[in-house]
Design a protein around this ligand. Sequence first.
Ligand SMILES: [Zn+2]
Ligand SMILES: [Zn+2]
Length: 146
Amino acid sequence: MHRKAFKEVKRYVLDVLEWQEPRKGLQADIDCVKGLRIRKCGDIDLEAGKRETFKEKRAYAHYGCTDGSICVASDFMDLPAHFRIGILLHEIGHACAMNYNGKAYGEPEADLWVKRVLGITIHYDDIRELEYVSGAVVRKVKSRKQ
Ligand SMILES: [Zn+2]
Ligand SMILES: [Zn+2]
């Protein structure tokens, strides 16, 4: 685990959990996440729709629709913390996977980056295949201790 990377990612995730405005973005020394911001996105809200279909049920975030931002749906903040953290870490993984793995830039690579650099395993729930992290990770991210 890269301590510096974890510290930066933790700060970013905590900011988002509290939805403090304005987002400062990540100031990380790890290049891939430098300036990474967060925004709510109409495209995702369209995808989310009424949250009835499988696709709608798991449409909470994406990366790459605008420069340097992770986008989230309007109802992202209604999710329990373990989902919000899992989803954010997965999207940060997307932002970083390209730098880390060269050409490889898919779903497994996003989670692989989270595992290798942050030491955190991303899980998927059975019903929606929605990303989440364990209770231990939630406590670690939320703790004041570095
Ligand atoms: Zn978007
Ligand atoms: Zn993904």
